[in-house]
Design a binder for this molecule. Sequence first.
Ligand code: ZN
Length: 364
Amino acid sequence: MATGFVTHELFYWYEHGSSALFGRRPGVEPYLHVDTPEAKRRVRNLFEVSGLTGLLLPLDFEAADDKALLRVHDPEYVARVRKMSDGPGGDAGSGAWVPMGGDRIVRLAAGAAMAVADAVLDGCVANGYALTRPAGHHAVRARGMGFCVFNNVAIAARHALARQDVARVAIVDWDVHHGNGAQDIFYDDPSVLTISLHQDGLYPMGGGTMAETGSGAGLGHNINIPLPAGSGHDAYVAAVERAVVPALRAFRPDLVIIASGYDAAVFDPLGRMLAHSGTYRAMTGLVIQAADDLCGGRVVVVHEGGYSPVYAPYCALAVAETLAGIETGIADPFPEVADYPDQKLRPHQEAVIRAAAELVRALR
Ligand code: ZN
């Protein structure tokens, strides 16, 4: 069965306004916003020139309607985003700029994730990839954060859970930043397992610790794996093998959604990790293998961050190739990074992964 694929030209038209890295600051000459369209446009381009796009099944999709958004977001917030979009734009929270006309684009991003989930659950495709922009994983119920306006993966999870055939959804977020949005939205909800691998103490500050395990009926259904800055291939793969996969196996999801950010990759300007395309390939393979056993391989990948226009596309290609079970023959043009000594698991990283594995065992 094929791998589904969605993207939309308007994703590459979304702009975060005048900036200098990720916001205007006194004393800094204005510069490009770090989330330029190029990182994702070049993903689309690489999928195309590698021949991968032609092997994926393009899926139709629509902008998410109010009903879909309101399963996750507050009505006042949804109305505020529309109002900003109808006017000159504005900040939907902290660092989540909605440009004029942006409401349609953020709804398309959510709709893209929903459409891939539907196609997977309907059995039209084995799995799928939503190449969306802007990202969504920082957005909480009533405000946007960190370039994210609506929480695409949370909206897709809620959309899936509204179906009769889905009782449990797992979200695996390996963007370098904490997946605080899904954690917040599903914190007391036992039907959604949220797992975030991220750089310890990066963004948002002050959260994403291992002590945050859910509350009420959702206790034990939120797992944070805050990896030390400088973690590389071995740390990421070990974390997925020893903590993420056991957590998935214990939870037995009907659908796995991967919030796939590429800012854990070595050349990213916002992260300080060393993952490379082989890391993303290995992590995707491990999650697919678990999903094969647990839910017929139903995996939806939703593109999140990743701000190296040159390198992020090779990591995304590795993920999409693994989903599709295809090797396009396009080699990672930076193979030397896989040989960096710090790709090896270091003792302080091992300690965190061991603690995460113990936490997963304790929560079962
Ligand atoms: Zn990120």
